[in-house]
Design a protein around this ligand. Structure first.
Ligand code: CP
Ligand code: NVA
Length: 301
């Protein structure tokens, strides 16, 4: 039997295949996709954490492709009462054609994928959020140009989104500057791995240094799902808020990106989020289109 095409981490999928997915998503956006290509297929989605964009865009996208969706929260499943993820994978594989999991620990995603005979899609873990990054790349290329020529500046917490931008830099070869407080930076092992692969990466503490010359400025919440809300996080991350003064150090035509949900006045000011350089609403819309590309890629052999 052909092994399922899981969508787990950008770093484990070739640039050519990721390009196929983005191109397919862009074609659906342009109204050029097939009609009902996933008729008769069912997608299960398991959420151990809240979601607006991921849940709604997958559900709408799957239905637009002619398929069906089953949405399960953690407490709906016997996992909540101790059934293993491996056994859950074996059973769901007998009913559905693909599974999205949003969970805290990447090991749970790996366990699901190892024991599933249908494709498993990473719907976000504490480690990474790759479906978001493909939408981000489509958005950047619509507004600015080839991502491989980009200079991306990350300002803020060294969290799952920062790590996924690092993985994207490994695959697509753009320059990445990451400004984080030393207490909340990405692990050195991840940075060194990227450097070993030849990624042009600049790790700094000063957000102005990171943003200088950038064609894309990105940030994310200071308190991710699963993090403890703390005065310490707010104090450390306060200097990394993206405001108009910080954006003034980027290129004149630089775009501002954020995976959302945003915390206005914390990691980004409303004037930047709602301003002319913000592409966040297109970024959110592109989740729908790119995920159709992911569903097609996973479910076609
Ligand atoms: N950006 C993102 O994944 O949003 P949700 O948490 O609302 O799904
Ligand atoms: N870093 C955020 C991303 C939300 C889409 C979190 O994990 O909560």
């Amino acid at each position: 039997m052909t092994p399922p095409k899981h969508f787990l981490e950008l770093a484990n999928i070739s640039e050519r295949e990721l390009r196929t997915i983005i191109t397919s998503g862009a074609a659906f956006k342009a109204g050029k996709g097939e009609t009902n290509p996933l008729a008769g297929k069912t997608l299960a989605m398991i959420f151990e954490k809240p979601s607006t964009r991921t849940r709604v865009s997958f559900e709408v996208g799957m239905k637009q492709l002619g398929g069906e969706v089953v949405v399960l929260n953690q407490n709906d499943l016997q996992i909540g009462r101790g059934e293993t993820i491996a056994d859950t994978a074996r059973v769901l594989s007998r009913y559905v054609d693909a599974i999205v999991l949003r969970t805290n620990h990447p090991d749970k995603l790996g366990e699901l994928a190892r024991n599933s005979t249908v494709p498993v899609i990473n719907g976000l873990t504490d480690y990474s959020h790759p479906i978001q990054l493909l939408a981000d790349i489509l958005t950047y290329e619509e507004h600015v140009g080839s991502i491989s020529q980009a200079r991306v500046a990350w300002c803020g917490d060294g969290n799952n989104m920062a790590l996924t931008w690092l993985q994207a830099a490994m695959v697509f070869g753009f320059e990445l500057s990451i400004a984080s407080p030393s207490e909340l930076k990405l692990p050195d092992a991840e940075i060194n791995r990227a450097r070993g692969l030849g990624v042009k990466i600049n790790v700094v503490e000063d957000p102005i240094e990171a943003v200088a010359g950038a064609s894309c400025v990105v940030t994310d919440t200071w308190v991710s799902m699963g993090d403890k809300e703390s005065e310490r996080r707010h104090r450390l991350l306060g200097p990394y808020r993206v405001d108009e003064a910080l954006m003034a150090h980027a290129n004149r035509d630089a775009v501002f990106m954020h995976c959302l949900p945003a915390h206005r006045g914390e990691e980004v000011t409303s004037s930047v989020l709602d301003g002319p350089r913000s592409v966040v609403w297109d970024e959110a819309e592109n989740r729908l289109h790119v995920q159709k590309g992911i569903l097609m890629w996973c479910m076609s052999q």
